[in-house]
Design a protein around this ligand. Structure first.
Ligand SMILES: Nc1ncnc2c1ncn2[C@@H]1O[C@H](COP(=O)(O)OP(=O)(O)O)[C@@H](O)[C@H]1O
Ligand SMILES: [Mg+2]
Length: 270
């Protein structure tokens, strides 16, 4: 199971240094722009992209896709990075915080998006530069929240997005292995402003796992849960559930959960 490992950790420890944690808090308080909300987890498949997409839609934020894998928000949105020679996101990161923020793509019923590029995988942009760029863009985009979707596990893009975040939203699946992974993440990232979001929660979750989450989350806020909506996996529409025109009952229910979560996030960042 992948663990976060910061680039600075050369001694095999996955625990970030106190200096790094303090840097994270300072950045969050002094970057002075609109809040940055980063969705992150040690594991893939826990619902990061779905949450990031819906949160950005619900709060009319700008979604920055830092996940270079092709099964992420960029493809879901309908943008094919392979069709373009350049990546505005990568160019803007390489230019640094003094440059213009990349211009978000817009489509009806979808969140405004700064799309990812497969080239992000091989980029050697340090985490501090990622953090500084996101902070600058959070000012440059005016009064919009910035929502960042991330690649699972340790990498400089995710690390930078977590360091600058006013809030790190962590989807939590109620499974034994998933809670083991959460335990590790809480140990390594306890100094960050985390919001745990129980995700894909079945109608009757096993009590033992709910109790274990309650113990693990004793010192960490837990947001409103999102239910398991099996049909979401089969859905091909690109519209965010929160923005879908003429929604049926199932979509109304799911969108209501995502909106409640968005309100909790806005409150936590307020
Ligand atoms: N609340 C939910 N209920 C059921 N399935 C979901 C839910 N949220 C996401 N999924 C599905 O779970 C899979 C993984 O979600 P995704 O958002 O891509 O996770 P990640 O970004 O962490 O890899 C996708 O097939 C997605 O449609
Ligand atoms: Mg994803």
């Amino acid at each position: 199971m992948p663990e976060y490992r910061r680039p600075e950790d050369t001694n095999g420890s996955t625990r970030p240094s106190t200096r790094l944690i303090r840097t994270a808090w300072q950045r969050a308080s002094y970057h002075g722009g609109m809040p940055v909300v980063t969705v992150a987890a040690t594991k893939g498949g826990v619902g990061k992209t779905t949450l990031a997409y819906e949160i950005a839609a619900a709060i009319d934020g700008v979604l920055v896709d830092l996940d270079w894998d092709s099964g992420g928000a960029t493809r879901m949105w309908g943008y094919d990075p392979g069709a373009y020679r350049t990546s505005p996101l990568l160019d803007a990161l390489e230019t640094g915080p003094g440059g213009l923020p990349p211009r978000p793509k817009k489509r009806a019923h979808q969140p405004d998006l700064v799309p990812a590029s497969p080239d992000l995988a091989a980029s050697r942009i340090p985490d501090s530069l990622v953090a500084d760029c996101l902070a600058a863009w959070a000012k440059g985009w005016g009064d919009r929240f910035v929502v960042v979707d991330t690649h699972p596990g340790a990498n400089p893009l995710t690390d930078g997005a977590m360091q600058v975040a006013d809030l790190v939203v962590v989807p939590v699946i109620l499974g034994a292995r998933e809670l083991d992974a959460l335990e590790g993440m809480l140990r390594d990232f306890g100094g960050y402003r985390l919001l745990l979001v129980p995700n894909m929660v079945p109608p009757s979750p096993p009590r033992r796992l709910v109790e274990r989450l309650a113990i693990l989350a004793a010192d960490t806020p837990v947001g409103p849960p999102v239910s398991e909506h099996r049909w979401i996996r089969r859905r091909v529409r690109r519209a965010a559930l929160c923005l879908q025109p003429n929604p049926g009952r199932a979509v109304v229910k799911a969108a209501g959960e995502f909106r409640q979560l968005a309100v909790a996030i806005e409150t936590a960042c307020g």
